[in-house]
Design a protein around this ligand. Sequence first.
Ligand SMILES: Cc1ncc(COP(=O)(O)O)c(C=O)c1O
Length: 388
Amino acid sequence: MKGKSTQIIASGYSGKSTSLERYHSINPPIYHASTVLFDDYAELKAVGQGQYDGFTYGTDGSPTQRAFEQAITELEGGYWTKAFPSGLLAITSVLQAFLQSGDHLLVCNSVYGPVRRFAKNLLEKFGVTTSYFPANAGADIANYIRPETRLILLESPGSNTFEIQDVPAIVKLAREHGILTAIDNTWATPLFFSPFRHGVDISIHSVTKYISGHSDVLLGSATVSEACYATFHKLCRSLEIFASQDACYLALRGLKTLTIRLKQHEASALALATWLEAQPAVDAVLHPALLSHPEHAIWQRDFDGSAGIFSFVLKPQYAEEALSRFVDSLELFAIGYSWGGFKSLVTAGKFAQSESSRYHDRWMVRLNVGLEDVTDLQEDVRRALAKL
Ligand SMILES: Cc1ncc(COP(=O)(O)O)c(C=O)c1O
């Protein structure tokens, strides 16, 4: 008779493949594991010889993570996807994979703020210089390209100021100069913009936003073309990148309702943006699907829809004190970062980071339009505007 502790360790589940039950849940199972078991010595030996095609350790990911990555690869139309613990880590890993000492990185000036911090604090340390180009750039990006430019990072539209880049024009120039292009495709999701169809080499998502959709997951993804696979795979392998199994599971579950959620976000945001344009306190509404948006024609040409987040600029006579009264008067829009979830959110400030931005030094409000009834959201904003 074995001791109680031995019985406990051996009880219930052996980890042998024969012990797996025939149980096909509609969603993939979640595997919590650092150790992954092998059936016999022959398998262990195959691992050592690099001839084992199964999972060898928790950092290899799991079937749940692979299922998520496969889904994103298919939707994006790319070659290979890696999941990351956050969107920012997906972006910074792409930069680490494709840049080396002496290289120059070109980034749109509307980029997600922490990317600037990474460029300043880390890329610079490793001999990579970064410069920024106007977020509404197209072929004029030629003025910013240097002989040592290796990568162009796009974010279209920018997630605070919503400028649109002419991606086909930028890609054409980049290819002529042998420069790679990567895009943060979070706003559009794979449903509304297809980076690879437009010739972009790398597509990145903060899955945290629309794809997971419920503001309770942090996850990122980067999808690469076949030509970029070897370099990117090497980086991921070297860092043993993996993502939380629970996050991958929740993201896959969120993905199933992305189409219908995004349709609702799109309709509500567009209705609210259109109404806001007519409000006397509002100087400009920054939403690419509005006719008034300076790059509306490019958005219409390249995108298949619009998301639920946009900003508006207050008339110059309203100072920060009025802005804070507006924000604090909202009842349905909670004050908080991030976007793409079911609940409406608001942030406010001077978002335009670059002096060359159209809206530099202007007070702005950013609305993440959730899944509440749009008439209630409009009434909430109307009441808060009255407090300005
Ligand atoms: C456009 C954009 N990209 C990337 C990120 C980073 O994503 P995560 O929060 O998953 O790190 C954000 C986060 O707000 C974002 O807005």
